[in-house]
Design a protein around this ligand. Structure first.
Ligand code: GLC
Length: 546
């Protein structure tokens, strides 16, 4: 059963799932909702208590389902609305909450509204979208999908006008200056919250409005609308959540929290690439700098942290030099690149190094915010950079060494995506069943790390304070609340390192390792000495021992 805590998202570990790629229950080659329901016990066993679902609505599936043609229908490949209700109830029974997608910014061009709009200038739906006789308006707005789109305007022959789109040209943007659009979106939100979903991810939220002379991002009108949406939420439902997808600098994301009256959570996009930079440079500085530049957020709000997701590892929130560095270090093969980012999974990005995978996850779980695990990364799945768009990282979950990696009983040729065949990441070994049998597997390590995190709410709710060891490869910070005080200390270097840290304020206490419960020597007023193997990290509780 679910706890009755409005701040549940602070204690969450989120598991991100693409239904299409997770588990196929009827053997048609597509993952489906009943399949996901069957795997709820696995997600719960792993230690996640929240699931974020990629879109599963009616859609031509030209953008992974972010191109919606009916917001209230489930795509028939994935099941029915009844299947979804069963899934939701089963998740809730296990104490698991569910976050779905609210795609506010655009629809598919196959949506009834757009079909009507393009046919007839006098249709009430015409004004649901943004039209123009020229393609010269809003020229300060950047293009997001740089590999596929040349302009944010596309000529529509039937309509006899250009329509505005921030993403693919088959995804027309909705017109938020039209109150009917605002009302439609509230009704859709109500439909899903009434069914019982616990949170909604507000997809592509910075782009709702357009204004000449601006870059059409983060406009005051957008924030005003989000505040209205939030009041609508608070008036009608309890313990629900908005998660903002705003790929922006910290100062521009901050307003999405408002004064605690806009979104409850937002992704911390800028910290993510800096974790990868810090790892490659073997320096703590990039992580410390970005977190020190991150403004405070209202007490009811929370950052969402991630290492990877269903999109490219986006490199928009870095400087030009940093971007070049990341491309060079993490995506030498041009096929690994797409738009302004890198289409690879966690394990391949980290050269399948177990130490690096553990270190990065340890940071994910211990830096302030709520962590998200992308399905398959808990077993170190590989990717397939030969697939189109971002499908490299959307291949079927690997459940066992059986045919189709246990994902589906279908003819292998009927699979929605091929199983990863890369010999470095063979599904015969990289799968849940095999790793469950092996106590030293990555899967078991992830499960243990998550269990520790779940045991110490300070990771989700506590403050952060950086320490400054003289060795620049060592990242050290304290997570503190009224109940506990955790020292996280990590070696970003691939070589053994030693350092001293001034812990004199804790003299008399002992660092107790949270994994093995082993107490280290007592802290005194003298500098405390730590030694590390390559990419080693520790989570120490600083406490007295009896
Ligand atoms: C979001 C999604 C991405 C999608 C885009 C357009 O950024 O994460 O997958 O392509 O919105 O809908």
């Amino acid at each position: 059963m679910l706890t009755n805590d409005p701040f549940w998202y602070k204690d969450a570990i989120i598991y991100q799932v693409s239904i299409r790629s997770f588990f196929d229950s009827n053997g048609d080659g597509n993952g489906d909702i009943p399949g996901l329901t069957q795997k709820l016990d696995y997600i719960s066993w792993l230690g996640a208590n929240t699931i974020w679902l990629l879109p599963f609505y009616q859609s031509p599936l030209k953008d992974g389902g972010y191109d919606i043609s009916d917001f209230r229908q489930v795509h028939p490949d994935f099941g029915t609305i009844d299947d979804f209700q069963i899934f939701l109830d089963e998740a809730h029974k296990r104490g698991i909450r569910v976050i779905t997608e609210l795609i506010l910014n655009h629809t598919s061009d196959q949506h009834f509204w757009f079909q009507e709009a393009r046919k007839d200038r006098n249709s009430p739906y015409r004004d649901y979208y943004v039209w123009s006789d020229t393609d010269a308006r809003y020229s300060d707005a950047r293009i997001i999908f740089t590999d596929t789109e040349r302009s944010n305007w596309t000529w529509d022959h039937d309509a006899g006008q250009y329509f505005w789109h921030r993403f693919f040209s088959h995804q027309p943007d909705l017109n938020y200056d039209n109150p009917c659009v605002q009302q439609e979106m509230k009704d859709i939100l109500a439909f899903w919250f009434d069914m019982g979903v616990d949170g909604m991810r507000l997809d592509a939220v910075p782009y709702l409005y357009e204004r000449e002379g601006t870059n059409c991002e983060n406009l005051p009108e957008t924030h005003a609308f989000l505040k209205e949406l939030r009041s609508f939420l608070d008036e009608n439902w309890e313990n629900r959540l908005f998660l903002a997808e705003a790929n922006q600098w910290p100062d521009d994301v901050r307003p999405y929290f408002g004064d605690g009256d806009e979104c409850h959570m937002a992704y911390h996009f800028p910290v993510m690439p800096r974790l990868y930079i810090a790892l490659r440079k073997e320096q703590r500085r990039p992580i410390v700098d970005i977190l020190c530049q991150t403004p405070d957020i209202p007490p009811s709000c929370q950052w969402c942290m991630f290492l990877r997701n269903h999109d490219e590892l986006t490199l928009e929130m870095v400087s030009d030099d940093e971007r070049d560095y990341l491309y060079n270090e993490y995506a030498r093969d041009p096929r690994m690149r797409i738009n302004i980012g890198i289409r690879r999974r966690l394990a391949p990005l980290l050269d399948n190094s177990r130490r690096r995978i553990e270190l990065m996850n340890a940071l994910l779980f211990s830096l302030p915010g709520t962590p998200i695990i992308y399905y398959g990364d808990e077993i170190g799945m590989g990717d397939n950079i030969y697939l189109g768009d971002r499908d490299a990282v959307r291949t079927p979950m690997q459940w066992s060494g059986d045919r189709n990696a246990g994902f589906s009983r279908c003819d292998p040729q009927a699979l929605c995506q091929p199983i990863v065949r890369d010999p470095i990441y063979p599904y015969e070994a990289v799968n849940v069943e095999t790793q469950e049998r092996l106590p030293t597997s990555l899967l078991w390590w992830m499960k243990r790390a998550m269990a520790v995190r779940n045991e110490y709410p300070v990771f989700g709710r506590g403050s952060i304070r950086f320490l400054h060891p003289e060795n620049e490869s060592i990242l050290a910070f304290l997570r503190e609340d009224a109940d506990s005080r955790i020292l996280v200390i990590a070696n970003m270097s691939r070589f053994a390192q030693a350092t001293t840290v001034d812990l004199s304020e804790f003299a008399g206490l002992y660092p107790v390792d949270l994994f093995g419960r082993v107490a280290f020597p007592e802290i005194t007023e003298y500098p405390y000495q730590f030694t590390f193997g390559p990419h080693n990290f520790f989570w120490f509780e600083l406490r007295s021992v009896d």
